[in-house]
Every structure is written in C-alpha cells, then in structure tokens.
Design a binder for this molecule. Structure first.
Ligand SMILES: [Zn+2]
Length: 369
C-alpha cells in the first residue's frame, strides 16, 4: 500500500475520475453490442446458477492446497534479514525477485517474458530518482486451454521500504519487514499460482490464460504497475480482469471482534457482473464478511487510487482490490511476521484463487458496463 502517492493521487483522482473511464468504456462497448448489466434478481440468479453448474470436486481440492503452512514458509523467507526490507532497486529486492522466479521455476510454471525469462526489467530512469538501480517485475504464466488470448491478471507488489538509516550494519529490528505490506499478498500469489499449476499438471488447467504478476516499485509510487500497463506483455484489450492483493494478513480495529472479513474495493466500478461473481463465489465457498466501507468514492482514504490495480482500472480493465485495512504497524519496522493471522490470510488467498478460477473458466468473458 502506497503512502507517498496519496496527495498526488487525490489531485489526479478529482481531475480524472473513474466516472470518466466508465463513461468512455460504456460508450465504446454500447456501440458494438448492448451490455447486460447485472441488476435484477433474475440476472443474479442466472450467474449463481452458472457458478453452481461449474462446480466440481476439483475447485475444492485446488483451493484447499492453499495452506497456512505454505503461506508461512514463504512469508518467513520474504521477511528474513537477508531480504533487507525489499527496497526497490536494492539488494534485498533483487534477492526477493530471485526467490519468486526460483519458486515459479521449481513448480515448472512458465516464465511470461520469454522462455526462462521471468523478469520484466524496468530502467533506473523510469523511477525518477526513487531507485538506485534497475528493478524487476516478476511474471509467471499459464497458457489457457480454450481462450488463451484472454488473460486474467493476479497481482501483488513485493517491494517494501528497506532498512531504517539505510545500512545493514543495523539490527534486524531496524528492517522494514513489510510482513503484511505486502509479504502477505506476495505469499498468497505464490500459493495461488501453485494451486493453478497443480490443476494444469492434472489436466484441469484454466480455459483462459492466467498471469501471476509480482510488482516492484509500488511503495515509491505504483511504478511497477505503471510500467507493466504501459509496456504490457499481453495486450490490455485482452486483459479480462486484474485481481490485486495488497495487505491481507492482518485484522484492523474495526473488525477486532470479527476477523472473518476482507475489504473489497473497486469490484463494481467497471463491471457489475464482476462484482456479483465475486459475491456469489464468496457466499458459496469462503463466507468472509465482504466489507465495502472503502469502496465508497467519497471515502477520504481514496484507497481505490492507492495500489497497483488503479493502473489497470485507468485502462478500462475491471479490477478487485483485496485489503485488510490500516493498522498500527503500517509502514513501521514493527510490521512483522509474528503478527500475521494465518487462518484469515489463508481464507482470503482462497477467495482470490476461487474468484480467479471462476473468471478464467466461465463461458463468457466478464462484461464491462
Ligand atoms: Zn506500503
């Protein structure tokens, strides 16, 4: 989750509001074909029926391969001292990038750039002085079995704030571990990728292609997603959806008494159908309380504009942002692994997986309205 961009984005938000994007997209699509909006109970029931029809044992099985133990294993690694707080363009971030690529390779998940090439390298200059060196997005890919040209993008940024005082002669207490921000989302993405890959190996791979997009430069101003969306590896017009995960391992004050929740942001902004699919999937499988508090465009926190999904939404791609809210350790060296709620992290990761699975396997592409 990005802090520094808030003010700039506030200005941006008012000048180029999401309304503008919606009306543009609507105008274009209406010209081609009338769009079915999901408004009536009958239409909602139809989507729910389709989801039930698709139901089979495998979806339960693959989602159950996302486990607390595996998430913890990744998170312990990402927050360990050698990763030095994963600051963009620095040694720790490079070690993290290698960890991600090595993991994908170990489960035989294809590189997206070219054979064996997982890194999308971003030039140093692109970061406008905010990175000491080049930096890398890490991309792994599953080729769809029926509609490979249509791509579902699941993303999480893996960079964080580095080390206090800027040197590693310091104690481990002075490293910004970023366990929740966004070690939690990064671990979830690895596990989701593994679940999809298991399906591929067992001959049940998704109909549409799936891109696992680990982004850099988020904390410096959403640079990794900005770069990807202006240098897309797969055409944006074929990008069906972006599910973005940024901070899903904690419970905020508002939910102290009911940790079984996740904030969803943006799901209804460009596609009512996406919103309803997401609700139906949760109702059927994960039963989390979906909190839309921050989805309100009038909310002063403006979270819709503050993580990587925004660069996809700006391009007219429907998005969902999964988030646990701000807590007292946000952007502090106390955002440590021991404070992660693994039970709830697992459920949230499963929700993202199940939603992606549904979107990747549905008969029709999610409609923009
Ligand atoms: Zn952050």
């Amino acid at each position: 989750m990005n802090r520094t961009g808030l003010i700039i984005l506030l200005v941006l938000a008012t000048s180029c509001s999401s309304k503008k994007i919606v009306s543009q997209t609507t105008k274009d699509s209406v010209k081609k074909a009338p769009i079915a909006t999901v408004k009536t109970p009958q239409e909602k029931a139809k989507i729910a029926r389709e989801i039930i029809l698709q139901d089979n044992k495998s979806i339960y099985y693959y989602s159950s391969t996302i486990t607390s133990e595996d998430l913890k294993k990744h998170l312990l690694k990402l927050t360990s001292k050698e990763f030095e707080g994963r600051k963009t363009g620095e040694k720790g971030q490079k070690i993290a990038a290698k960890y991600l690529a090595d993991y994908y390779k170990s489960i035989e998940l294809e590189a997206a750039i070219s054979e064996g090439k997982y890194f999308q390298t971003i030039p140093k200059e692109y970061f406008k002085g905010k990175s000491k060196d080049t930096s890398e997005n890490v991309l792994a890919f599953i080729y769809g079995t029926e509609k490979p040209e249509e791509v579902v993008v699941i993303s999480a940024h893996y960079d964080h704030l580095g080390v206090k005082k800027g040197n590693l002669e310091t104690k481990s207490e002075e490293i910004f571990n970023g366990a929740d921000d966004n070690g939690s989302g990064t671990s979830a993405l690895l596990e989701i990728a593994e679940a999809f890959q298991k399906a591929v190996i067992e001959g049940e791979g998704p109909k549409r292609s799936v891109l696992f997009l680990n982004l850099t430069g988020e904390e410096e101003g959403l640079y990794g997603s900005k770069y990807y969306t202006s240098h897309p590896v797969f055409p944006l017009k074929n990008t069906v959806v972006n599910l973005n995960i940024d901070m899903i391992g904690r419970v905020d004050k508002r939910h102290e008494d009911n940790p079984n929740f996740v904030y969803l942001i943006g799901s209804d902004k460009l596609s009512q159908e996406l919103h309803f699919i997401s609700e139906a999937i949760n109702k059927k499988y994960t039963q989390l309380e979906l909190d839309y508090k921050y989805n309100d465009t009038k909310d002063p926190n403006r979270y819709y504009y503050r993580s990587d999904h925004y660069n996809f939404a700006k391009n007219g791609i429907p998005i969902i942002f999964y988030f646990n809210g701000i807590h007292k350790d946000y952007h502090k060296e106390t955002d440590t692994e021991d404070k992660i709620n693994y039970e709830i992290l697992t459920k949230r990761a499963q929700l993202v997986f199940l939603t992606a699975w549904e979107i990747a396997n549905r008969e029709e592409r999610v409609k923009i309205d």
